[in-house]
Design a protein around this ligand. Sequence first.
Ligand code: FES
Length: 153
Amino acid sequence: MVEVTKAAPHEQERARRAMLLTALYIAQEQRGWLSPQAVARVAQRFGMTPGQVYATASFYTLFKLAPQGRYRIQVCDGLSCYLVGGAEPVVAQVSAALKLRSGETTPDGRFTLEVVECLASCGSAPALRVNDELYEHMTPEKIDELLERLRIS
Ligand code: FES
């Protein structure tokens, strides 16, 4: 079990929570999502119940509690993207091309679509992210090219 000592109780708890987030991140890296088995393993290591770990994991959008597609496409629906003509049109284009709504995965497990509030790339809006790679200044043509490339890769 993970223990934090030599610190005030509130500092120990803060450190333990930080380690919990790191452990969840590492666990998610194994399969791209946190399976019930992964949550149970982390809970055991931290002396917590799976429900406690699940409560933490479900708070952060970073953590996925269901299987994800090979390509997890995050499309920004934030204000900066909206102001340059992105957001809704980009979401609509990707959604129509993949026949997905936010949170859904294609039956073949290739794509997951997630609409997010901001990708921290407001200066190069409209933006979207595929797994860990950011795509900036997106246009309808660039989106078509990107999706085509991902379909055949
Ligand atoms: S609002 Fe789209 S990247 Fe920030």
